[in-house]
Design a protein around this ligand. Structure first.
Ligand code: NAD
Length: 434
């Protein structure tokens, strides 16, 4: 099959490379000429483990290429995927669909022969109908079908998630489109991956329902963490004790500084908006959003407490800036709320992140970015772990202690044990543990 992937970001590039690896001929299209030039040169515009190798192999095999010219790629394609961004619209929280609709227009102008247009972007219910109307308006006689195929990959484990997903969801009632989608995902059929065929609107909602539920699950355990602190219980034991129940499951039960990232914040907002517009509010999700927002402030105050309540003039060392490990993605990362809150109270912040520095430079002001964790600890009055990169799990704590102005560690990811840390002489606090 010939595939055109419109948008070569975290989702488009991974999906494109994986489809190529399945044996399809894929062209990734992006408007960002710098991104395409970099890919053509063998470079990577994002950090995602294993992606550089996968891209290089498939480019070498002649199955994957990159262009800024949508026309040539779309004209030849059996399936054109839309994998452009759908950020929150300013003001009302609705998904901003302008990139999606612009892509739909561009596709309509140049597509040739029966074409399956697939939305991989996360889009609210009814967006497929709108894309269909746009294409119909631009090309009244065109032969096409619009399919919803939401993506569930996680940054940091994106290739594995794409190639071995728990399920694939395909929303279409068009038989020809169904045949094309079946062929595209054939390698997964061989692995017995469940493929959920459904109607388009249901498929669109499945993606938001999944992210809404996961965001709610994280927020639930975060509230349990607060309760554990108040009553003298241990949230990690609570998570284990409930997670072993198969009805609950042990994933997404890690207490921390609140969810962030490129999906949950904007998708929960858009879900709440869609539900309000449909006069069927999802109050659980609205509450989840509010509780999660409040948590970021609460985390900053926890750091202030570790500074004896007097942050002005003190130095805070931060380990981890990205919204999770193994990505360079900083979108809506908890660090972006916590660090400015500390700075507003007069603290100086110095930080280290293994992959996030380039992005962080654009998004954070007056943060001294260091080359390693020890640089972030040097002279600090408190060291805060915001993102649980593996390399923070085995720090030379004696060295850290010597480097710091005062040995205080706020571990917002619970990667160290309270008793160990106290035995080493740290003033240690974590989340949901005595
Ligand atoms: P991204 O910002 O990394 O990438 C989007 C890309 O699309 C950018 O490179 C941009 O230049 C390009 N683009 C925009 N309009 C274009 C056009 N008309 N033609 C060509 N290129 C165009 O975004 P992302 O993180 O890959 O997310 C894409 C979609 O996938 C979003 O809807 C998101 O919600 C969804 N999603 C993301 C993830 C994730 O982990 N990042 C997971 C599942 C779903």
């Amino acid at each position: 099959m010939r595939v055109a992937m419109i948008g070569a970001g975290y989702v488009g590039l991974v999906s494109g490379a994986c489809f190529a690896d399945f044996g399809h001929m894929v062209t990734c299209v992006d408007k960002d000429a710098g991104k395409i030039a970099r890919l053509k040169d063998g470079g990577m515009p994002i950090y995602e483990p294993g992606l550089d190798l996968l891209v290089a192999q498939n480019v070498r095999a002649g199955r994957l290429d990159f262009t800024t010219d949508a026309a040539s790629a779309v004209r030849q394609a059996d399936a054109v995927f839309i994998a452009v961004g759908t950020p929150s619209r300013r003001g009302d929280g609705h998904a901003d669909l302008s990139y999606v609709y612009a892509a739909a227009e561009e596709i309509a102008q140049v597509m040739d022969g029966f074409t399956v247009i697939v939305t991989k972007s996360t889009v609210p219910v009814g967006t497929g109908d709108e894309i269909e109307a746009i294409v119909r308006r631009v090309r009244p006689a065109a032969q096409f079908a619009v399919v919803s195929n939401p993506e569930f990959l996680r940054e940091g484990a994106a290739i594995e998630d794409f190639k071995r997903p728990d399920r694939v969801v395909v929303g279409t009632e068009d038989e020809r489109a169904r045949a094309v989608m079946t062929e595209l995902y054939r390698p997964l059929y061989l692995n017995e991956t469940p493929i959920v065929f459904t109607d388009r609107r249901t498929s669109e909602l499945i993606k938001y329902a999944a992210n809404g539920f996961l965001a709610l699950k994280i927020t639930f355990i975060n509230e349990m963490a607060d309760l554990c602190e108040a009553v003298g219980a241990d949230v990690q034991q609570v998570a284990r004790g409930i997670g072993l129940d198969k009805r609950i499951g042990n994933k997404f039960l890690h207490a921390g500084p609140g969810f962030g990232g490129s999906c949950f914040p904007k998708d929960t907002l858009a879900l709440a908006r869609t539900a309000r517009d449909a006069a069927s509010p999802v109050t659980l999700i609205e509450t989840t959003i509010a509780v999660n927002d409040a948590r970021k402030t609460a985390m900053a105050l926890r750091i202030v407490d570790a500074l004896g309540g007097e942050p002005a003039g003190k130095t805070v060392g931060v380990l981890g800036l990205t919204f999770k490990p193994n990505t360079d993605d900083m979108r809506d990362a908890p660090s972006l709320a916590i660090i400015p809150a500390l700075q507003a109270l007069g603290a100086h912040v110095q930080a280290f992140d293994p992959e996030g520095a380039t992005e962080a430079r654009q998004l954070l002001r007056d943060v001294a970015l260091k080359d390693d964790p020890y640089g972030a600890a040097e002279g600090a009055d408190v060291l805060v772990i915001i993102t649980e990169w593996d390399q923070f799990r085995a720090l030379d704590l004696d060295r850290i202690k010597l480097l710091m102005n005062r040995p205080a560690l706020v571990d917002l990811r619970n990667i160290y044990k309270p008793a160990d840390m106290r035995a080493r002489g740290f003033d240690y606090s974590s989340v949901g543990r005595a």
